[in-house]
Design a protein around this ligand. Structure first.
Ligand code: PEP
Length: 243
């Protein structure tokens, strides 16, 4: 069984004062028997050095260094204390025009820097309603996940774009269908595909987490809004521990 992972994506939220939330989370889950990952804004990564949780970046540049004003390399994230990095989040794909080829290049850079890549994939509402969800997932898996991926260096996050930050959640049947499909593709392609973690992401809350974690091949969650406050993230972690 893959080790379970509760991952929080703070997006562009959080100042030093907000690190008190990590201290609160540590009181309840400092010795959790699931992995806990926090992806704060880059500016806070080095300030998280004392937390027992894993720390990740939210994006990285594909090159090691050079004339790329404002960008951050995977090696820089690792140097600041990160052990993970999110690649291909739909907000990066949409707001910054990142293609699956870009996401694969960033994920390879993550591996080279010793980081675990949390590679995000997911369909838009139009694609879901048009019946092309699984074809979209196939194309994103093929294009975004490098051949050098394995269960140690890669986590897949299935995040339907229409569920992110909207309060809308797919049915458990829909989640199960996509996760089973992803698992099949991973096991067809990678010798340790059964061990690769597949997270669900999109409006996960304390109130729906247990149901979502009961679905086969859901190995945890990537959580945005509900990861910002310890009181909101804690019940999700507890639900994962009890799943
Ligand atoms: C996300 O940003 O990856 C996400 C899943 O956000 P939310 O939990 O707020 O829907």
């Amino acid at each position: 069984m893959p080790r379970k992972l509760a991952a929080g994506n703070w997006k562009m939220n959080g100042l030093r004062a907000n690190l008190v939330e990590l201290a609160k989370l540590e009181e309840k889950h400092g010795d959790a028997d699931v992995d806990i990952l926090i992806c704060p804004p880059t500016t806070l990564i080095s300030a998280c050095e004392d937390t027992p949780f894993d720390i990740g970046g939210q994006d990285c540049y594909a090159a090691d260094s050079g004339a790329h004003t404002g960008d951050v390399s995977a090696e820089m994230l690792a140097d600041a204390g990160a052990s993970y990095v999110i690649t291909g989040h739909s907000e990066r794909r949409t707001d910054h025009g990142e293609t699956s080829a870009d996401v694969a290049a960033k994920s390879r850079a993550a591996y080279d820097a010793g980081l675990i890549a949390v590679i995000c994939i997911g369909e838009t509402l139009e694609e879901r309603e048009g019946g092309t969800t699984l074809a979209v997932i196939d194309a994103q898996l093929k294009g975004s996940v490098p051949d050098s991926a394995d269960a140690e260096n890669t986590v897949i996050a299935y995040e339907p774009v229409w569920a992110i930050g909207t309060g809308k959640v797919p049915t458990l049947t829909q989640i199960g269908e996509v996760h089973a499909h992803i698992r099949k593709r991973l096991t067809d392609r990678f010798s340790d595909g059964t061990e690769m973690r597949i997270l669900y992401g999109g409006s996960v809350k304390g109130s729906n987490a247990s149901d979502i974690f009961s679905v086969a091949d859901v190995d945890g969650a990537l959580v945005g809004g509900a990861s910002l406050k310890a009181d909101d993230f804690s019940p999700i972690i507890t639900a994962l521990e009890n799943s």
